[in-house]
Ligand binder design. Structure first.
Ligand SMILES: Nc1nc2c(ncn2[C@@H]2O[C@H](COP(=O)(O)OP(=O)(O)O)[C@@H](O)[C@H]2O)c(=O)[nH]1
Ligand SMILES: [Mg+2]
Length: 843
């Protein structure tokens, strides 16, 4: 058969009682278009009518299409409508199910077209697996839908690429709409989703679920990877068929370095030096050094998490032997830096730079303690070399912990974190995403904007399969809200370690599921990290450069403004900034109070809502219990309650978050005004405002939502469960539903109180976090202003010729800054664009 032939499968469904569509017309139009096409021999078109879900996968198996076209009804979030044997209204097929289906055919299907209303959401999901997916972002009329298909297939038939065909389809709608005014321009309805290199490398649909996993038949994105069991732990490349991505990285990194060099040379010119002043130049140089160092250093993979989460055990499991000590005490805990070496070698690195060689058998806790005590200086970390191939070019860091007990290491851990290229964050079952973990993630991990964060929930051997499933579902949900760019694995590091050492496994009944999940984790590390080390490193370097430009821009804007002010005014302004009892600081307090009052009001509103919620719970849910099967109720009610409470509280926060964002925004504007009046009121312009306050986390609504998510303690959701569980024992003994209902009603008063308490706490938390952040930002703005005003004073102290040339330098600096920005932006785009990547599937 001709390799170039494309098979197009059209699936149509228009169940009897749904609104009739002119699908026949659409099919006829496509067919005749393709028949007349220039390259008609390159297409085989097949259509199936009145398809139900079973027909779909049968047709896919039988016909092996390259392009799949669905024509019918869509219900947005609810899914797409297929025929059903059970009724005339058809059957909804969910987004997940559709995405899963296409995931299985990912190596064959190139393009999916969903010619159905509101199908963008399905298109998005399917696009995780399929390179090109077209969906509709609105309801679409018959006429437009047909016009689109005609344009699209005409272009394909003429040998045009899919992107072109899509555009022609949209244009065909525009042409056919003959000037009629639609409420929504119809040609903007079809949306094309394409898969970027980022999504190929980090397939978003990667949601490993132990229960669904069968190592020989992996689902989703992993269908592409042959997950084979491997007994050799050192061999991370366990895929028989390995997928690699070829970037011309050499060229890309040269391009990046050239950009950085240009910037650096230019900062060196005299004119610019005069403008910036010594402090700023020094700051820039330090940042530049860090960027270069980042590119030259080994790829850094850092394992973090609270104390005793199993980080060290996880590392040993990955390496296949007992390399780092586990179950250490707070006295013998060390930071372990692991790199490749041709034999096992351990050195204690001391804080003064000295090194002491240790014997590997001195590592376990008992032996290590006296050694650590006998060292001439405190230890900074252990440097361990291990003969494991995949460690080449890699620096694997085992950190001791981030919780309270580990305060002593906090600073060091943060340094490793700031140099990390990829992070593996480890938690364990009884306490996933505790308050302190959330705080750490928010303060130390989120701002770093990692391209990917790997989360591990460890010790899954300790809970049942079903519990593990529930836990992982909940955890993935919470994590994906915080870190949309993340993978979350549920594992048992200990199980994997025991398996490799051939010793008794902690929970033999769960052994095979745990093994499979760990294998997935290994694969993911291999495919997403190890194969893409250089790319990720380059990405991190561009982020660093971006940060450098940002702080540079902010300083320049401030200097520019301060230069237009007179000496006396500058002196006064500097005094204001330095004196914490000045008006400036008093106003900061005022702002904080205002925000607090606003949030208190919102909290009262939320309390009212929650009260109504509990009342409804009493009248609607609890009252209906006597009609239900008592056993079922006993089994499920507390899950229902927990879930309902979770939703209710989230709804309060969802409703309030725009309000809060707005008031924070307003405060920032006011603060900007204050800084405006600080130096010269005419010149302290918008540039400065933006440079000073522009990049605040909460002006970005996404991040703001994260903040809220973080402050949303889980307490409230657990609480309902606990409340009921406490009585569960009694409840089990109850014979009658009426008794059960009475008990529940008796506990409602307490529920109400606890809910109120928790909601108060939650809102208080939000207010506190915002206050802290505002203070921080204010402080930063003050420091930046002082240094800019000092620089302006220094410039003004010279003669007028010097001042003129400085002014000119300033203009030059601003224009070069914008050039460098533009360079960086296009570079970053290029780095992640599909054109830069070439996929190789090699056996
Ligand atoms: N049951 C079980 N125990 C584990 C697992 N991983 C680690 N542990 C135990 O948890 C304790 C702390 O582990 P360790 O790796 O030292 O934690 P770290 O402080 O995060 O490095 C040790 O006693 C380990 O044996 C696991 O997957 N299952
Ligand atoms: Mg450890």
């Amino acid at each position: 058969m001709n390799e170039d032939v494309k098979r197009i499968l059209l699936l149509a469904a228009n169940p009897k009682n749904t609104y009739p569509l002119r699908l026949d017309k659409e099919v006829k139009a496509i067919e005749s278009g393709l028949m007349l096409a220039k390259e008609r021999e390159l297409f085989i078109f097949k259509h199936k009518w009145a398809v139900d879900p079973t027909d779909v996968h049968r047709a896919m198996l039988e016909f092996e299409p390259h392009i799949v076209h669905f024509s019918g009804h869509g219900e947005g979030i609810e899914g797409l409508v297929f025929e059903s044997n059970e009724g005339d209204y058809g059957q909804l097929v969910s987004t997940d199910a559709l995405a899963g289906l296409f995931g299985l055919f990912a190596d064959q299907v190139e393009c999916v077209i969903l010619n159905a209303c509101y199908s963008e959401i399905q298109a998005e999901a399917i696009n995780r697996h399929i390179s090109y997916v077209i969906g509709m972002n609105q309801s679409i009329g018959d006429k437009a839908a047909i016009a689109f298909s005609v344009g699209f297939y005409d272009a394909l038939g003429a040998g045009r690429p899919i992107e072109f065909a899509y555009r022609l389809g949209c244009n065909a709608i525009q042409l056919s709409s003959s000037g009629k005014i639609f409420k929504y321009p119809q040609h903007l309805i079809p949306v094309l989703k394409t898969k970027s290199a980022r999504s190929i490398i980090f397939p978003e649909a990667f949601t490993p679920n132990p229960s669904e996993l069968q190592p020989t038949n992996p689902t989703d994105a992993l269908a592409e990877y042959d997950v084979r069991r491997s007994s050799n732990p050192q061999d991370l490349s366990i895929n028989q068929q390995s997928i690699s991505f070829h970037y011309n990285l050499e060229q890309l990194s040269q391009e990046f370095i050239a950009g950085l060099d240009d910037f650096s040379d230019w900062v060196e010119t005299e004119k610019i030096r005069n403008v910036l002043g010594r402090d700023l130049i020094r700051k820039l140089r330090t940042q530049e050094k860090q960027i270069r160092a980042r590119l030259d250093s080994d790829f850094s993979l850092v394992v973090v998490g609270d104390f005793k989460r199993g980080k060290s055990t996880l590392i040993n499991a990955l390496l296949g032997s007992q390399v780092v000590s586990t179950a250490v005490t707070s006295e013998t805990v060390t930071i372990n830096v692991i790199q490749y070496g041709d034999h096992l070698r351990v050195e204690a690195c001391l804080v003064d730079g000295g090194r002491v060689e240790l014997q590997p058998d001195q590592l376990p806790s008992e032996q290590l303690l006296p050694i650590l005590k006998g060292l001439p200086k405190p230890i900074s970390h252990l440097h361990i070399e291990v003969p494991v191939e995949w460690l080449k070019g890699l620096c694997l860091v085992d950190t001791p912990g981030t919780g309270d007990i580990m305060r002593q290491f906090d600073k060091q851990v943060h340094t490793y974190l700031s140099q990390a290229d990829v992070l593996i964050y480890v938690m364990f079952t009884p306490a996933v995403l505790s308050e302190s973990e959330r705080a750490f993630l928010k303060c130390s991990v989120l701002p770093q904007d990692f391209p990917k964060v790997f989360f591990v929930v460890n010790r899954l051997d300790e809970i049942s399969e079903i519990e593990a499933q529930r836990l992982m579902e909940r955890t993935r949900y919470q994590i994906s809200n915080l870190f949309p760019n993340s993978y979350t694995f549920g594992l048992s590091a200990l199980d994997e370690f025991c398996r490799l050492q051939d010793i008794e496994r902690p929970n033999p009944s769960r052994a095979s599921a745990l093994e499979a999940e760990f294998q997935l984790f290994r694969n993911c590390i291999h495919n997403s990290i190890l194969l893409n080390k250089n790319l990720i490193q380059l990405d991190r370097a561009t982020d660093l450069m971006d940060q450098m430009l940002f702080s540079f821009e902010a300083s320049m804007a401030l200097i520019k403004s301060a230069m237009q002010s007179d000496q006396q005014r500058l002196n006064e302004a500097i005094q204001q900034c330095e004196n914490t009892t000045s008006d400036l600081y008093a106003r900061l307090d005022q702002h904080k109070q205002q925000i607090r009052q606003k949030i208190d009001l919102l909290c009262e509103e939320a309390l009212d809502w929650m009260n109504i919620f509990v009342t409804r719970l009493e009248h609607e849910s609890i009252t209906s219990i006597p009609q239900s099967d008592l056993k079922e109720v006993q089994k499920h009610f507390h899950f229902f309650l927990t879930d309902a409470l979770r939703k209710a509280v989230s709804q309060c926060i969802d409703t309030h978050s725009p309000c809060i964002a707005e008031s924070v925004d307003k405060t920032l504007k006011l603060m900007t005004d204050e800084f405006q009046s600080l130096s010269n009121s005419d010149s302290f312009n918008l540039d400065v405002a933006q440079a000073t306050f522009g990049d605040l986390p909460w002006t970005n609504l996404d991040t703001f939502n994260l903040l809220l998510e973080l402050s949303g303690s889980d307490g409230i959701f657990e609480l309902a469960g606990h409340l009921l569980l406490r009585q569960a024992k009694d409840l089990q003994e109850l014979r009658q539903a009426s008794q059960y209902v009475r008990r529940l009603k008796d506990s409602l008063h307490q529920l109400r109180q606890t809910v109120a308490q928790e909601v108060r706490l939650l809102y208080d938390n939000i207010a506190q976090k915002i206050e802290t952040r505002i203070t921080e930002v204010y402080q930063q703005a003050i420091e930046a202003s002082i240094s800019a005003m000092r620089q302006a004073q220094e410039i003004a102290s010279h003669d007028s010729q010097h001042i003129n040339s400085t002014n000119e330098g300033l203009r030059e600096a601003l224009s070069l800054l914008s050039d460098t920005r533009a360079f960086l932006k296009s570079f970053k785009q290029k780095l992640w664009s599909k054109d830069a990547v070439e996929i190789n599937r090699s056996a």
